[in-house]
Ligand binder design. Structure first.
Ligand SMILES: C[S@@+](CC[C@H](N)C(=O)[O-])C[C@H]1O[C@@H](n2cnc3c(N)ncnc32)[C@H](O)[C@@H]1O
Length: 260
């Protein structure tokens, strides 16, 4: 099992040598966004979601809750996150309470099929479907919880061709839980699940540049609190991912869809 860290808040406080309540947004951004592109990637998704105060967003595979909190702050919407990893949901709830957003941003420890809520105005999912074998069923579960015309924004990793990246990777330690599709296969699966395509953009070179800038920033001023430091085998996983985006083995695609 890849996502088996526990005691996330304690680990963050140990790395930062301070209480989570004392962390700045910049420090949190470095550790609570579990995808390439950090908060900048979330900023690229927000306009397509068409959210504002009084609207509702579903975040599938919400991790430590960084994207959910960022979108709630940026748009004023309410967010429901679901995730299958209990320790991540616990950390997301605690970080959200510290941010004073717990009235508007909630997290459930469940598969989406176990969530009894529907009628969301939008959904987002970042770096999750690589762990999902039946992608069509995964996106159909999302479609079933949206109102007609709702937006779905995705930020997802695909394989460019037949080559597979070396392990471990951020989403898989041993490969047994990695199910990489090509961008065309993924786009077709999302459409077949009940969505109309609005935009499908190859963000691979943008993400590779983001990793390079991050590397330069960290070598100029090493930060103790980073996502690789928090994760088991984190530096190797991130490095393998960044190299695979740069050498053409992996792609990163950003998509917007409308629930039909
Ligand atoms: C790479 S992390 C991304 C987390 C978050 N979306 C972010 O970008 O910060 C992948 C997350 O997806 C969750 N996950 C994997 N498969 C899932 C599924 N079928 N349903 C819900 N969550 C899932 C994992 O527990 C993990 O928190």
């Amino acid at each position: 099992m890849t996502y088996d860290e526990s005691g996330i808040i304690d680990a963050i406080e140990r790395l930062a040598r301070t209480d989570v309540a004392a962390l700045t947004q910049d420090q949190l951004d470095g550790v609570d966004q579990f995808h390439a592109g950090g908060p900048e990637a979330v900023d690229r998704l927000v306009p397509a979601l068409r959210l504002g105060p009084g609207t509702t967003l579903l975040d599938v595979g919400s991790g430590f809750g960084g994207p959910a909190r960022q979108i709630a702050r940026a748009t004023g919407c309410d967010v429901v996150g679901v995730d299958i990893t209990a320790a991540y949901v616990e950390a997301a709830r605690e970080l959200t309470a510290h941010a004073g957003l717990d009235a508007r941003v909630r997290f459930h420890h469940t598969r989406l099929s176990g969530l009894p809520l529907t009628g969301f105005d939008a959904a987002v999912t970042l770096h999750v479907q690589m762990n999902v074998a039946d992608k069509r069923a995964f996106y159909a579960d999302i479609a079933a919880r949206l109102r007609p015309g709702a937006r779905l924004a995705v930020h997802e990793v695909c394989r460019a061709g037949d080559a597979r990246p070396p392990l471990p990777l951020p989403w898989s330690l041993d490969g047994s839980d990695s199910f990489l599709a090509t961008p065309d296969e993924l786009r077709r699966d999302i459409a077949a699940a009940g969505f109309d395509l609005v935009e499908w953009t190859d963000d691979t070179s943008w993400a590779a540049d983001w990793f390079s800038a991050l590397g330069r920033r960290l070598s100029a001023a090493p930060a103790p609190l980073t996502l690789p430091a928090l994760l088991a085998d984190g530096p190797t996983r991130m490095l393998n991912y960044a190299i695979a985006l740069t050498d053409g083995t992996l792609t990163l695609h950003r998509g917007t869809f409308t629930a039909s």
